[in-house]
Design a protein around this ligand. Structure first.
Ligand SMILES: Nc1ncnc2c1ncn2[C@@H]1O[C@H](COP(=O)(O)OP(=O)(O)OP(=O)(O)O)[C@@H](O)[C@H]1O
Ligand SMILES: [Mg+2]
Length: 200
C-alpha cells in the first residue's frame, strides 16, 4: 500500500516538473513550483518513516522468517546482496518476539547498507533448544564500537538494540573493528521472552 503512495508521489513530482518546463521559467511561478516540490518531498519522507514503523503484514501473517525474506529481497540491489540463512524446520516464535527480532535485523541491515558500504550481507537465524540467535554479518568498512558508543550525538540504532534486549535478558555481541567487516550476534532465550515484557 505504501509503495503505491510512494509511486504516486514520485509521479506527481515528475508531472509537476513537466508542467514547470511547459510554463517556462517565470520567476513568480518558479517559486511556487519549488515550494510545491518541497512539500511533496516532505510527504515522501513521512510516508517512508510511517511505513518503516508499521508492523509488516508479512510478519503478522507468516512470521519472522518470511518477513526477513521480504526485507532481504527489498534491500538487495545492484550494489548489495543479502543472503538469508535459517533452519529448515518450521520455527514459530511468539509474535512480540518476532517483532523484536525483526526490528533488530532491520536496524542492523540498514546500518550495513548505510554505513558499511557492504557488498554482501548475511542474516542468519539459528535456534538451539530454547535459544534463538540472530546474526548479521557484512563485508564492509567496519567501525570502532567504543568510539561510536561514546559519541553522545551519535545514532540511536545500536543503543535501542541493547535496551530492547535488556528487557528480555537477551545479549548482543559486537565483533567489529575498523577496516574489516562487522559481525553482530544477538541471543535470546525463549523462556525469558515474555510477551508482556516485549511489548514495552
Ligand atoms: N555495519 C556497520 N558498518 C560500519 N559502521 C557502522 C555499522 N553499524 C554502525 N556503524 C557505525 O556506528 C554508528 C552508530 O550506529 P547507530 O545505528 O547506533 O546509529 P545511526 O545508524 O548513525 O543512526 P540511527 O540508527 O539512529 O538512524 C553509525 O553512525 C556508524 O558510524
Ligand atoms: Mg542505525
Amino acid at each position: 500500500m505504501h509503495d503505491g503512495i510512494g509511486t504516486m508521489l514520485s509521479i506527481t513530482k515528475m508531472s509537476l516538473n513537466q508542467l514547470e518546463q511547459q510554463l517556462g521559467g517565470e520567476v513568480k511561478v518558479g517559486f511556487q513550483f519549488q515550494k510545491t516540490r518541497s512539500m511533496i518531498d516532505e510527504t515522501m519522507t513521512n510516508v517512508r518513516r510511517i511505513s518503516r514503523n508499521l508492523v509488516p503484514t508479512t510478519l503478522e501473517r507468516f512470521g519472522l522468517l518470511a518477513a526477513l525474506e521480504e526485507l532481504a529481497d527489498r534491500a538487495t540491489d545492484g550494489e548489495t546482496d543479502i543472503q538469508l540463512i535459517y533452519p529448515d524446520e518450521e520455527t514459530h516464535f511468539p509474535p512480540a518476539l518476532d517483532l523484536m527480532l525483526y526490528r533488530i535485523a532491520q536496524e542492523l541491515v540498514n546500518n550495513a547498507i548505510r554505513h558499511a558500504r557492504a557488498r554482501h550481507i548475511v542474516v542468519q537465524v539459528f535456534t538451539f533448544e530454547k535459544e534463538i540467535r540472530l546474526s548479521v554479518l557484512d563485508d564492509g568498512v567496519g567501525f570502532d564500537f567504543d568510539a561510536v558508543m561514546e559519541n553522545k550525538q551519535g545514532g540511536l540504532g545500536l543503543r535501542n538494540i541493547e535496551s530492547r534486549l535488556n528487557v528480555v535478558n537477551g545479549h548482543v555481541t559486537f565483533d567489529v573493528a575498523p577496516g574489516r567487516g562487522s559481525q553482530i550476534h544477538v541471543q535470546v532465550h525463549l523462556h525469558d521472552a515474555q510477551p508482556v515484557d516485549l511489548m514495552s
